[in-house]
Design a protein around this ligand. Structure first.
Ligand code: MUC
Ligand code: MG
Length: 366
């Protein structure tokens, strides 16, 4: 089987409301759909959500890098040769969302060629996983209303609370959430590098008082000694996310004492590198969770496949709800969350079909 075509299609799907966090705000899904076609007629898909405020990638940069740098390497390659392709694409540093979407599309093709869903190829640890919801920044009452609605409608019992702005405001929101949701609900927090080290140490102690289970990216990890001090003094584990976006980056962060757990995102490390990161962390006794790069429906299906594929990821709730912000998307069948859980697709590969009318409607290049 040989790849004959690689497309990078920019999409524009409005959100029903903005999603805000300490380092930025997303108002629409300006994602790039990567579509890879083979000589035997199989078509694989991956979704690249650009997060310029975090990684510097834009929809335009993703389209260019896939079309101009990656497509020439991919054309003629066998999708099963993922290690060779990884090495070839890996010569270009960064551009993680572009690489992640290519890798997801390759696994989609391999699954289709084998007649097996991706989560089964990865190791079939579970058929479904618990769902976690990210609560964007807002007033405490807006944040509580969001959490209660998701808990009520979808049965979700794990919430990642965005923090990292004014500490008093952050703590007021967490206090309200704990009071309204009760003690059995998991709350963990993500500051997206919004605090300095001194604030973060105080914040970690106060968040622990509300039984917040972990704290993601409290400060910029480049504040090297500051980050180590937070890790030393925090009563709850510090999670690496945007500072741990590659296999080597995760190794460095753990060895340097910058983080004690790792958020893995299919959107930036695909299935191949996500599995390598999880293996590294398993060997070191470090917990991994599946994070969300404000994924659309395709990314959500991919994250669910990863969570159901690998045992240590199936343990913690997977962040899968951001597609609910989108007013629509290009899949024929949206993901479904019920009783707090989301199931892996049973069809070969990712088990998704793209709706041609929706694709024509939402593509931003025509
Ligand atoms: C997260 O976990 O940080 C916000 C920005 C981004 O790149 O991902 C999200 C969620
Ligand atoms: Mg994060």
């Amino acid at each position: 089987m040989k790849i004959i075509e690689v497309e990078a299609i920019p999409l524009a799907v409005p959100f029903s409301r903005p999603f805000a966090f300490a380092s930025g705000q997303a108002t629409a899904a300006d994602h790039v759909l990567v579509r890879i076609t083979t000589d035997d007629g199989l078509v694989g898909h991956g979704e690249a959500p650009p997060r310029p405020y975090t990684y510097g990638e834009t929809a335009g940069s993703i389209v260019s890098v896939v079309r101009d740098l990656f497509a020439p390497v991919l054309i003629g390659a066998d999708p099963f040769a993922r290690e060779r392709i990884r090495a070839d694409l890996g010569r270009t540093v960064a551009n993680n969302a572009a690489k992640g979407a290519v890798d997801v599309a390759l696994w989609d093709l391999v699954g289709q060629a084998c007649g097996q869903p991706v989560h089964v190829l990865l190791g079939h640890a579970a058929d479904d996983v618990a769902a976690a919801h990210m609560i964007g920044l807002g007033t405490p009452s807006e944040m509580v209303a969001d959490a209660l609605e998701v808990n009520d409608r979808y049965g979700v019992e794990a919430f990642k609370v965005k923090v990292g702005r004014d500490l008093a405001h952050d703590l007021a929101a967490v206090r309200e959430l704990r009071r309204e949701l009760g003690d059995s609900i998991e709350l963990y927090a993500d500051a997206n590098r919004g605090w300095d080290a001194d604030t973060a140490v105080v914040a970690a102690r106060r968040l622990a008082d509300f039984h917040v289970t972990m704290l993601e990216e409290p400060n910029p990890a480049d504040d090297v000694l500051g980050r180590r001090r937070i890790v030393r003094e925090s009563p709850i584990p510090i999670v690496g996310d945007e500072s741990t976006i590659s296999l080597g980056g995760v190794a460095r962060s753990l060895l340097d004492g910058d983080s004690q757990a790792i958020s893995v995102k299919v959107a930036r490390t695909g299935f191949t590198d996500s599995a390598k990161i999880v293996g590294l962390c398993e060997g070191l006794g470090v917990a991994t969770t599946i994070g969300n790069q404000i994924d659309g429906m395709l990314g959500t299906v991919a994250s669910t496949a990863l969570g159901c594929g690998l045992r240590s990821l199936a343990r913690h709730p997977v962040e899968v709800t951001t597609f609910l912000l989108m007013t629509d998307d290009v899949l024929t069948e949206p993901p479904t969350i019920a009783d707090g859980r989301i199931a892996a697709r049973q069809g070969p590969g990712l088990g998704v079909t793209i709706d041609p009318d929706k694709l024509a409607h939402y593509r931003a290049d025509r």
